[in-house]
Design a protein. Structure first.
Length: 201
DNA sequence: AGCACGATTAACT
DNA sequence: GTTAATCGTGCTC
């Protein structure tokens, strides 16, 4: 995986791969947000893949619209959307430009800036073990939609920090899909780190 | 212009 | 286990 590492940040080549491969290999890597000179970070512990217009759980099922435009952009772009009118969700665009797919970040294990993240999460016991919890903790909202995770100056990026080879990866059906029809409902496109407690399930 | 519905969370019983 | 909160989006009229 060293092939994808620049100095510290993951390069665009990392995201320009099949979405399931990107999702798996994001586990264990460090998500970093710079905030007024301070680093907020955590290891990615749970992700989900959303792949193309045929995936009826993917927003791109509606085709190219104002909202999904980012998904059709170059790999490494940040896709942020509002869910339930309340929660911001953080995704990274994958595969080739023109093909709409992304990985949703569902949980991180907090590492740096925990005091600030805890403050933003009020008194909650759980700082970042959920897709909307981690955006709240990191301070990510729609202003990041369309931004480039791989830009050298980006204040949001991922540091090369792969899982140890012995670590086991769990797969599961994606969460919260509701009435999404089969076979998409049962696709095991949720990935998490075996035995890591910082997860949504 | 109006409507139903979320890739969720926290606060209930 | 159940439910309210809350609003952008895409679809229908």
């Amino acid at each position: 995986m060293l092939q994808f590492a620049q100095v510290t940040r993951l390069s665009r080549a990392f995201f320009a791969r099949p979405t399931l491969a990107v999702a798996r290999s994001l586990l264990g890597q460090r998500l970093v947000k710079r905030h007024q000179g301070q680093r907020l970070s955590g290891l990615i512990t749970e992700v989900e893949a959303y792949i193309g217009e045929t995936d009826l759980a993917c927003h791109a099922r509606a085709g190219r619209t104002p909202r999904t435009d980012v998904l059709y952009g170059q790999p490494g772009l940040i896709y942020v959307y509002l869910n339930y009118g309340i929660h911001w969700m953080l995704n990274f665009v994958t595969e080739t430009e023109g093909f709409p797919a992304a990985v949703l970040i569902r949980a991180i294990q907090p590492q740096e800036g925990i005091a600030l993240m805890q403050q933003r999460r009020s008194s909650s016991k759980h700082i970042a073990n959920g897709p909307a919890k981690l955006t709240q903790a990191l301070g990510v909202d729609n202003r990041w939609n369309g931004a480039d995770l791989c830009a050298p100056t980006s204040d949001l990026f991922i540091e090369h920090c792969p899982l140890p080879p012995a670590a086991r990866i769990l797969t599961a059906p994606r969460i919260g899909l509701g009435l999404t029809p089969e076979p998409w409902l049962s696709k095991r496109w949720n990935f998490s780190i075996h035995l890591n407690p910082y997860q949504t399930h």
